[in-house]
Design a protein around this ligand. Structure first.
Ligand code: CO8
Length: 372
C-alpha cells in the first residue's frame, strides 16, 4: 500500500461578477414586470404577487456578497433570468471541459508536474453538461493524459467523494497520480426567478492533484484518511434528467432546476457534519481541538459557524475555518476546495487539517490531511 498526498490544487475563476445589489435590482425588475402583467389576477386573489428580494436579507441569511458567473447579461436580463451560452460544435471543447482544463493546468503547474505524470482524471461535479462521452475523458484528451477518465456526481460532495476514489486508486497502486476536476456551472441550473434561492450559487472550477507521496513535491499534504456518508433526503433536489422528455415535462417546470427546503437542510445537516468530522478524527486518534484548520463546504456562513461551535466548543475564527462564500457564493462541490486552495500556505509541517463537504443526497465527505 502506498502513502498518498495532495500535491497541489488549481482554481479557475470565471470572468464576470454579480454583486448582490445588481442581482436584487434585476430580480425586483422581473418581479415588477410579472406583477404588472398579472395585476388583474393578483387583485382578484387568483394569483400570488412575486415578492421582492433584498440585499439585507441575502447577506444576513447566507453571508454571500457576490458570485462569479461565466455569463451575466442573460441572468440579469429581467425578461430572461438565465445565462446566455452559444451552443458549441461537437468538435469544440465543451464549456465544462474548458474550465476544467484551465483549473487542471493551474494544479499541474503549481506541483511542477506534466500530463505524463498523471494516470487518471475524475470529473466530479453537481451537474454534467451532457450524458456522454464523459467530460473527464474530454479533459484527459485536451491535457494529453494517458490512462483513464470518468465522471461522477455526488452534488456538493462530488470533490470529496472523488478524493476517496483517487486516494484508493493510488494507495493500491493502480495509478501514480489522479487529477480531480470540479467544474461547477451552477448558474445554468439555478432558478434565478425564485427569490428563496436566486442568490445562492456561483460558477467556478477547482482541480486537485492527488499523488503517491514518494512522488509528491515538498510541502504537500498527506491524506491520512477519507470518510464518506450518505443519508437519503428530498430536501435538496433537481428532477431534470433523461426521463424528462418521455414524461412530457416542460424544461421551465420548477422542479427541472435546483430546489430545496433550505431551513430543514440547515437544521439537519449541521449536526450530521459535526458528528461525521468528530468521528473521522477520532478514528485517527485526533480531536477537533487538535486540528489547525477546517476547510468546510461553503453553503451558508451560519451553517459553518454552527458546525465550528459544535466542533470546537467556541466560535471558530476565520483562521480556524476560512470563509470564501462571501466572494464566490455556494459553488457546490468546489467550495471546500477553494477554501483549501486559498488558505493552506500558513499550515506548518506536521499540522493537521480537515476538508469537509456536505450537501444534496444528503452526502458528507471528509479528508484528514497532515502537512509534510
Ligand atoms: N429576499 C427577501 N426575503 C426573502 C428572500 C429574499 N431573497 N428569500 C426568502 N425570503 C423570506 C422568506 O420568504 C421568509 O419569509 P417569511 O418569514 O415571511 O415566510 C423569510 O425570508 C425567511 O426565509 P427562510 O426561512 O427561507 O430563510 P433562512 O433563514 O432559512 O435562509 C437559506 C435561507 C439562506 C437558503 C438558508 O436556509 C440556507 O442556506 N440553508 C442551507 C441550504 C444549503 O446548504 N443547501 C445546500 C444546497 S447546495 C447542494 O447540496 C448542491 C446542490 C447542487 C448545486 C445546484 C446548483 C444550482
Amino acid at each position: 500500500m502506498h502513502r498518498v498526498a495532495i500535491s497541489s490544487t488549481g482554481l479557475f475563476v470565471p470572468p464576470e461578477v454579480i454583486t448582490n445589489e445588481e442581482l436584487v435590482h434585476s430580480f425586483n425588475c422581473f418581479a415588477e414586470l410579472e406583477n404588472s402583467r398579472y395585476a388583474a389576477e393578483i387583485a382578484a386573489g387568483n394569483r400570488q404577487a412575486v415578492p421582492l428580494s433584498s440585499v439585507e436579507f441575502i447577506e444576513k441569511a447566507s453571508g454571500i456578497k457576490r458570485r462569479y458567473v461565466m455569463e451575466k447579461s442573460g441572468i440579469l436580463d429581467p425578461h430572461r433570468m438565465y445565462p446566455r451560452h452559444a451552443p458549441r460544435d461537437d468538435n469544440e471543447l465543451s464549456l465544462m471541459a474548458e474550465i476544467g482544463v484551465a483549473a487542471a493546468r493551474d494544479a499541474l503547474q503549481r506541483a511542477g508536474k506534466q500530463a505524463q505524470d498523471v494516470d487518471g482524471v475524475i470529473c466530479a461535479a453537481a451537474n454534467m453538461q451532457r450524458a456522454y462521452p464523459a467530460m473527464a475523458v474530454e479533459i484527459q484528451a485536451a491535457l494529453g493524459i494517458t490512462g483513464y477518465g470518468f465522471d461522477m456526481n455526488v452534488a456538493c460532495s462530488s470533490a470529496t467523494f472523488a478524493l476517496e476514489m483517487a486516494v484508493n486508486a493510488i494507495r493500491c497502486g493502480s495509478a501514480r497520480a489522479v487529477l480531480i476536476v470540479d467544474p461547477e456551472l451552477t448558474s445554468s441550473h439555478l432558478a434565478w426567478k425564485d427569490r428563496d434561492c436566486h442568490f445562492i450559487f456561483g460558477d467556478v472550477c477547482t482541480a486537485i492533484l492527488v499523488e503517491r507521496l514518494d512522488l509528491a513535491p515538498a510541502g504537500a499534504f498527506e491524506v491520512l484518511g477519507t470518510r464518506l456518508l450518505t443519508s437519503f433526503s428530498n430536501n435538496i433536489r433537481n428532477n431534470a434528467g433523461f426521463m424528462s422528455r418521455s414524461e412530457d415535462r416542460d424544461p421551465r417546470d420548477r422542479d427541472q432546476l435546483f430546489y430545496q427546503e433550505g431551513r430543514k437542510v440547515f437544521k439537519e445537516v449541521c449536526p450530521m457534519a459535526a458528528e461525521h468530522i468528530t468521528e473521522h478524527l477520532a478514528s485517527h486518534g485526533l480531536t477537533p481541538t487538535e486540528v489547525r484548520r477546517f476547510w468546510l463546504h461553503q453553503a451558508n456562513l451560519g451553517m459553518n459557524q454552527l458546525i465550528g461551535r459544535k466542533l470546537l466548543g467556541r466560535d471558530a475564527s476565520a483562521d480556524d475555518a476560512p470563509v470564501i462564500l462571501d466572494e464566490f457564493g455556494n459553488t457546490a462541490s468546489a467550495g471546500s476546495i477553494i477554501a483549501f486552495h486559498r488558505h493552506h500556505d500558513d499550515v506548518k509541517a506536521g499540522e493537521v487539517g480537515v476538508i469537509c463537504s456536505f450537501g444534496a443526497g444528503y452526502s458528507i465527505g471528509s479528508a484528514v490531511l497532515r502537512r509534510l
